[in-house]
Design a protein around this ligand. Structure first.
Ligand code: DX5
Ligand code: ZN
Length: 260
């Protein structure tokens, strides 16, 4: 059983649900004050599944406030991972909000099952559904935070008509399917464009980035406007997940100070 120990906010799930600003209330994060809008969402894809609870506990101790769960179907992406039963097990094991990234075709068929299993956030690929508006509504109807995801080759402009429907936009900075891939630099400009679109439309979604986020890339995505950082390999790939998470958040914090 995962425990949210003394080094963590009393209820990270509630904190994240209420908005990242809540992070400021907790002494643990006092050194990260100006990165109050930054959250780290470790992707369990790179964790040792036989020791999943322990690995997640360490990442939480390092400052993770969300848990990113990569769902792959072998059709939309060339890899297969996990389904609702694993989400249900994670739900029992941690209080962290579960950020479920659906890399599957026909997402509408499975959104209810992931919501019932305990997903808190669900994101759907723009490329994976014919009726994006309907899919996003379905996520909302099931009581989850609504996210839309775009692949590296998908222009941000394709989201123009749904930006007022979502709580977050997830920018893929690798082609989805595998952990440990090289960051695609063009993603930085896409984050900047999303910030511009958000301002122009007066809407309020958050920007998440996923793929190749590590010490050498986190600064540029944060300076561009990314607020939720997904990291698999950089947290669980080697070394201690707690230290890895701390280092990533520290680098993100430093980048916020350089934001212009
Ligand atoms: C890729 C997944 C990512 C992946 C990130 O398809 O969506 O969440 O796990 O892994 P890293 O951080 O190793 O690039
Ligand atoms: Zn992901």
């Amino acid at each position: 059983m995962l425990r949210v120990g003394g080094r963590q906010p009393p209820s990270p799930r509630a904190a994240a649900e209420a908005g990242a600003a809540c992070v400021l209330q907790f002494g643990e994060f006092s050194s990260l004050e100006s990165s109050a809008l930054i959250e780290l969402a470790p992707s369990i894809l790179s964790a040792d599944f036989a020791r999943l609870a322990d690995e997640v506990t360490l990442a939480v101790e390092g400052g993770a406030t969300l848990l990113h769960v990569d769902v792959m179907d072998g059709h939309f992406v060339p890899n297969i991972t996990i389904g609702p039963p694993v989400v249900a097990s994670l739900r029992k094991a941690t209080e962290l909000p579960l950020d479920v990234h659906l890399m599957i075709e026909n997402p509408d068929l499975y959104i209810p099952a992931f919501a019932d299993a305990g997903a808190d956030w669900i994101s759907v690929h723009q490329e994976a559904t014919r009726h994006l508006n309907r899919s996003l509504d379905l996520v909302r109807e099931h009581g989850c935070k609504v996210g839309v995801v775009i692949n590296p080759a998908t222009p941000v402009q394709t989201l123009g008509e749904v930006l007022d429907m979502v709580d977050f936009v997830l920018v893929m900075s690798v082609n989805p399917g595998f952990g440990g891939q090289k960051f695609i630099p063009g993603s930085v400009e896409k984050i900047r464009k999303l910030v511009t679109m958000r301002n122009a439309k007066g809407v309020n979604f958050r920007i998440e980035v996923d793929g190749g986020i590590a010490l050498d890339t986190v600064g540029e995505v944060v300076r561009a406007g990314a607020e939720i950082l997904v990291a698999g390999n950089a947290v669980f790939g080697r070394g201690n997940p707690k230290e890895n998470a701390e280092k990533l958040l520290k680098a993100a914090h430093e980048a916020t100070l350089q934001k212009v």
